[in-house]
Design a protein around this ligand. Structure first.
Ligand SMILES: [Zn+2]
Length: 246
């Protein structure tokens, strides 16, 4: 899960204080639009948002090479993934844009926050990495080190690789590498802290540092860090055969 700006969270049960409050619909409550939402958009807005969100998700599965790569990787690893069963568009706290629910093995897309296809592609890929780790590496989301590891992997393979593309050109290779690693750490820290409010910044950092080298270098199943709008997205998709995916 990630921090405020482009974020998602991992909802578990309330007792674990795992940010479950961020997903009101997960608690079986129907979210009532705030008075100003009704005033501006009318009460039907929530339904329109849901339909738009589901359409965007479907579009990503049809057209995004990254989402398709993760989909193949999950299937090839024996991890079941079905659009209707495993992806849900819901109303969330505005602090998050998506999340992975390990209990239900479900990816949540926050329909009221993530309105753009590009953002939804980013969330899907990020959360599918958590899904892959949960299934393939028997991830224990209650373990701080496991959580730190999967957040490092998600930031590394998606978010920070998009960002690193912007630094290329004027920066030296060494600087790019350093900036990239810093980006992954910062992003992973934000994600860990957002799902685990019970953990201090120091504890979260210590957990990230402990597993960083191992998890940063684990590029499965994407195989290379992906840069946005680069041939990498398509290359990663074409090369998926090398990893045993169909
Ligand atoms: Zn995450």
């Amino acid at each position: 899960m990630s921090d405020a700006k482009s974020s998602e969270a991992t909802p578990v049960d309330k007792e674990d204080s795992w940010g479950y409050d961020l997903y009101p619909e997960r608690r079986g409550e129907t979210v009532r639009p705030k008075w100003w939402q009704i005033a501006i958009f009318g009460a039907g807005q929530t339904n329109i948002e849901k339909i738009t969100c589901e359409r965007n998700v479907y579009n990503c599965f049809e057209n995004s090479p990254l989402v398709q790569l993760m989909y193949s990787a999950l299937k090839a690893s024996g991890c079941e993934i079905n659009l209707r069963r495993h992806i849900a568009c819901e109303v969330c706290d505005i602090k998050v844009s998506g999340g992975y629910d390990p209990k239900l093995n479900q990816i949540v897309i926050c329909q009221n926050v993530a309105r753009d296809k590009g953002i939804i592609q980013g969330i899907l890929t990020h959360e599918m990495i958590h899904m892959f780790d949960a299934c393939r590496h028997e991830l224990d989301f209650k373990s701080l080190h496991h959580l730190a590891c999967t957040e490092i992997r998600a930031a590394n393979l998606t978010h920070c690789s998009f960002m690193s593309a912007m630094f290329q050109g004027d920066a030296s290779f060494f600087r790019i590498k350093k900036q990239h690693a810093e980006c992954v750490k910062t992003k992973a820290l934000g994600s860990v802290m957002a799902v685990r409010p019970d953990v201090t910044k120091e504890e979260a950092l210590a957990a990230i540092d402990k597993v960083f080298i191992k998890c940063y270098n684990d590029l499965e199943p994407i195989g290379r860090r992906i840069r946005r709008n680069s041939a990498d997205m398509f290359r990663a998709y074409q090369e998926k055969g090398n990893y045993g995916y169909d």
